[in-house]
Design a protein around this ligand. Structure first.
Ligand SMILES: Cc1cc2nc3c(=O)[nH]c(=O)nc-3n(C[C@H](O)[C@H](O)[C@H](O)COP(=O)(O)OP(=O)(O)OC[C@H]3O[C@@H](n4cnc5c(N)ncnc54)[C@H](O)[C@@H]3O)c2cc1C
Length: 405
């Protein structure tokens, strides 16, 4: 698949911070992780922490899947508002999903601290009603989240105007959010894992899997084998090579970052901003004082069509930003596009897929895929150790298998 193109800012800023070899010999390990993006990196980290030997392999150069394109906002809010998710999957599962996402932001903070990774910043997040008609459901959403004890404020129109300097009919101002650099964090996690006995091979595509009674043998494109007790599939949107179910809807999404402009001086609390309309617009200020704006999604997977739209979409995003902040000096410097997948209920797929023994999936889908990647890492580390994880059912493939019958 063609996952991204243009000039993803994290890739431009960080380049290739580390090199990894490709796999040249046959090897054995407890767990083989296919995919070295943020999902594979976090899972390998959780396994390493649990003392389980693991090897990560990636068909690309590390990080050059979706992770390099990520704008790295960390929010507990998933693509489906909580009150709607409660209707779709039940109150208990929906509440747990939101609580797990909120907890995963704190866990990511602790991981970044442990790694001495400096690119993690705690933030607040502003969820704006795009239209007056959205205010009534946004109130419902606020009540549902409040019942969970999530720290938030309800802002009326006058408060939005007073704090932000632009108008919106209402907003939820959340105290739990953060931003990071998912591409660089993936490298930091891999480097940690390598120092603690793990191995990472890139430019090493897995082309075949053989399931044996007590192991799985992976075959690489260069002809080597990896024999593992368990396999974790962390291949992002490319999972469709393994599972022929309609798990995902693929979209094209766009982002643009300005030259450094110290916009945070005009920006209330330097918060993350997003809104209720679909597709939604989002913006944040980077640690090097640039404004990053993203959104303007298109409902298709067609890399040629997607890429042709980069300049037009970046111009539209700039206009969107200017409508809210006409006084910010916004000179676009880098623009990019990426493929982006979301599920019907907004939840990812994590855990076992019965036709594939000894195999677990770590799929961080949706607008806040990174928080899901962290949840996947926790669940899979438990499953590999034979521990029961109470959250498994929420993200199970069973919900898709049931619906596709
Ligand atoms: C423009 C954009 C903005 C985004 N912004 C945000 C955001 O602000 N916040 C957020 O939480 N999420 C965001 N996302 C989503 C987030 O980036 C993804 O959820 C996340 O990067 C997925 O990581 P991953 O490791 O699962 O997948 P990937 O990064 O795609 O990694 C999967 C890896 O698997 C490898 N692979 C596939 N098949 C094989 C094989 N057969 N053998 C070996 N290797 C294989 C691929 O080469 C790839 O490197 C954004 C996405 C895009 C495109």
């Amino acid at each position: 698949m063609d996952l991204q193109s243009g000039y993803p800012y994290s890739l431009i800023r960080n380049g290739l911070p580390f090199n990894y070899p490709w796999l040249e010999t046959d090897i054995r390990t407890d767990v083989a992780v296919i995919g070295g993006g943020i999902s594979g990196a976090l899972t390998a980290y959780a396994l390493t922490k649990a003392g389980i030997s693991n090897v990560v392999v990636d068909a690309r150069t590390i990080g050059l899947g979706s992770t390099a394109a990520s704008t790295s906002l960390l929010q507990y809010e998933i693509d489906t508002p909580l009150y709607q998710l409660q209707e779709k999957v039940g109150v208990a599962a929906a509440n747990s999903a939101y609580e797990l996402c909120a907890a995963s932001i704190g866990e990511l903070e602790r991981i970044c601290k442990a790694l001495r990774f400096p690119h993690f910043e705690k933030k607040h997040s502003l969820y704006l009603a795009s239209y007056r008609k959205d205010v009534s459901w946004l109130r419902k959403e606020y009540a549902a989240r409040k019942a969970l004890g999530l720290k938030m404020e309800w802002w009326e129109e006058a408060v939005v105007l007073d704090k932000m300097g632009f108008s919106a009919p209402a907003a939820i101002y959340s105290h739990t959010a953060a931003q990071t650099d998912a591409y660089l964090l993936s490298h930091a996690l891999h480097q940690h894992n390598i120092r603690h006995g793990g191995a990472v091979y890139d430019r090493t595509a897995v082309v075949d899997m053989e399931f044996r009674p007590r192991s799985v043998v992976l075959k690489t494109a260069h002809g080597q084998t990896i024999t593992a007790r368990y396999v974790v599939i962390a291949t992002g949107y490319e999972v469709l090579q393994y599972i022929k179910l309609p798990l995902l809807k693929l979209n094209a999404t766009y982002a643009v970052v300005s030259e450094p402009n110290h916009a945070e001086e005009q920006w209330y609390n330097d918060c993350l901003i997003w809104e209720t309309k679909s597709p939604y617009l989002y913006m944040r200020v980077t640690s090097d004082h640039r404004v990053l704006v993203g959104g303007r999604d298109e409902p298709f997977y067609n890399p040629t069509r997607r890429d042709k739209l980069i300049h037009r979409k970046a111009a539209a995003l700039e206009k969107d930003l200017r409508k809210k902040f006409p006084d910010i000096r916004f000179h676009p410097e880098f623009k990019w596009t990426g493929t982006f997948g979301s599920t019907e209920d907004g939840l990812p797929f994590i855990g076992a897929f019965p036709p594939m023994p000894h195999t677990y999936f770590a799929l961080g889908f949706g607008g806040n895929g990174i928080t899901f990647s962290q949840i996947a890492a926790n669940i899979i580390a438990d499953l590999v150790q034979g521990k029961k994880n109470p959250d498994t059912a929420i993200f199970s493939f069973n919900r898709k298998i049931r619906h596709s019958r």
